[in-house]
Design a protein around this ligand. Sequence first.
Ligand SMILES: Cc1cc2nc3c(=O)[nH]c(=O)nc-3n(C[C@H](O)[C@H](O)[C@H](O)COP(=O)(O)OP(=O)(O)OC[C@H]3O[C@@H](n4cnc5c(N)ncnc54)[C@H](O)[C@@H]3O)c2cc1C
Length: 239
Amino acid sequence: MIAAINSIRNLSDRVKVFELHLPEAVGFIAGQFVIVKALINGESIERSYSIANQKAEKTNALELCVALNTAGMMTPYLFGLGTGAKLEISMPQGGFVLRDTSVDVPNLFVCTGTGVAPFRSMIAASLALNPNRHVHLVFGNRKVEDVLYHEHWLALREQNSNFHYHPVLSKCDEGLAALPNSNNFHKGYVHPVYEQLLSKDLGSHVYVCGWEVMCKESRERLKAMGLTRRQYFFEQYDG
Ligand SMILES: Cc1cc2nc3c(=O)[nH]c(=O)nc-3n(C[C@H](O)[C@H](O)[C@H](O)COP(=O)(O)OP(=O)(O)OC[C@H]3O[C@@H](n4cnc5c(N)ncnc54)[C@H](O)[C@@H]3O)c2cc1C
């Protein structure tokens, strides 16, 4: 289908949110993605982008949260577009969605960078499905400026005492103290943070989203902790 870019806003210096207006309302399951197709330098290019809407509902407005890779094909092209530009996209698809939702165990969402995009609707759905469930977001970034939707996560934590937000910074920097709730930040990488949470409840379900290095290490660590394949689920952004 052909969508039009309704608005573009900066989330950080290398991440933009593209709000797309669709010709008709479509439904999607929290966690799904769309494929963006474009003819770039005479080559037909397709790339997947998670739907970053806050809520999975039938809608004609889809939000994509895209990080610029200056050496890449699609992202420099997208970052060069303005509002009103047309984009060809697929219908929502993908199997990275909440599993065994009737099982009342904590849900841990682990990501870095734009890997947080599908978790916007997945976390909302997880909290809505079972008001007693504890839901954790372990969100890794290099620096404070890279933390996407930080205010949204803080507000959600205020609204829902079962939502626990664990931002993690690998490069500690001077901007930290200026942020609201700065003492809530962990230093380092996401892995020790989710390991500590899991050690309190090894029956938890874990959803991991992001680039290969983080996903690969998480898979090894979750396995080493004794979690079974029915307890952890991955969306790897590069293949
Ligand atoms: C299911 C799925 C959902 C995705 N959702 C999103 C999303 O919501 N937001 C988003 O920004 N991307 C997302 N991606 C990644 C996206 O599809 C592209 O791979 C990415 O935007 C780079 O595209 P490109 O054409 O600019 O670069 P390419 O020409 O494809 O990339 C060049 C190289 O750089 C690597 N690379 C690109 N970007 C990064 C990065 N940031 N960190 C590490 N390595 C990188 C690629 O693996 C490749 O080796 C998703 C991928 C999948 C499979």
